[in-house]
Design a protein around this ligand. Structure first.
Ligand SMILES: Cc1cc2nc3c(=O)[nH]c(=O)nc-3n(C[C@H](O)[C@H](O)[C@H](O)COP(=O)(O)O)c2cc1C
Length: 198
């Protein structure tokens, strides 16, 4: 239809990356696109922490794994509830896997963070979407890692390690990297209920 709409429809969450690092100027271009997102009262609350250090990414992934392992074990007494059991089993599969099923071996992680104030989460989500769309337009794959957001917000030591102010919330953790191949088509979309009021 046009380039913007094509780009929106071609973005997919990528869960397999090659080892090739994303060059710094490309990451900067993605962040420069992120900051053109709308924000409430134009407050532009976002800050970004960019991690390209493989060892640190592995350490963060291990922290996420350890946290979910403890949660899955804690939820065992509630495993008679079907939903709890299913999600604990699902999580244990990720935790036990030899592969990194949290960051998918992505060579770059961009964390969007901001103070925890009204509308800042929405502002940062707009920025994160811009970042992922810009990445796609530059042939870089991305995936929002909500599992990481949860753990990073629970664990002040991780924020400290990453020099993220304690007063900031982690709003969006985005994996970036080059996929071997972009998926051909989008996942099917639910037909939303549309109510026209004329
Ligand atoms: C807030 C949010 C959190 C997400 N967290 C994860 C995650 O932790 N791990 C993951 O593999 N995908 C995660 N995703 C990606 C979704 O699973 C994905 O967007 C959805 O399945 C649709 O696929 P698509 O992005 O390829 O269109 C997340 C997406 C959003 C918006």
């Amino acid at each position: 239809m046009n380039q913007v709409i094509d780009n929106i429809k071609q973005r997919r969450s990528i869960r397999r990356y090659t080892e090739k690092q994303v060059p710094r100027d490309i990451i900067n271009e993605c962040i420069n696109s992120a900051i053109y997102a709308p924000s409430s009262h134009n407050r532009q609350p976002w800050d970004f922490t960019i991690i390209t250090n493989k060892k640190l990414i592995n350490e963060l992934s291990d922290s996420i794994r350890a946290w979910y392992k403890s949660i899955a074990q804690l939820s065992l007494p509630l495993s008679f509830i079907k939903e709890v059991r299913k999600s604990a089993e699902e999580m244990m599969k990720r935790v036990k896997s030899e592969k990194d099923l949290f960051f998918y071996q992505a060579p770059c992680i961009v964390i969007t963070h901001a103070p925890n104030k009204r509308f800042f989460a929405q502002d940062c989500s707009c920025a994160a979407q811009n970042l992922m769309l810009a990445a796609r337009s530059l042939e870089v794959g991305s995936c929002w890692i909500g599992f990481a957001d949860i753990v990073f917000n629970k664990n002040n030591n991780i924020k400290k390690k990453l020099n993220i102010p304690n007063s900031h919330s982690i709003m969006a953790t985005i994996a970036l990297g080059y996929p071997e191949k972009f998926p051909e088509s989008a996942l099917p979309r639910r037909e939303p209920k549309k109510v026209w009021i004329e």
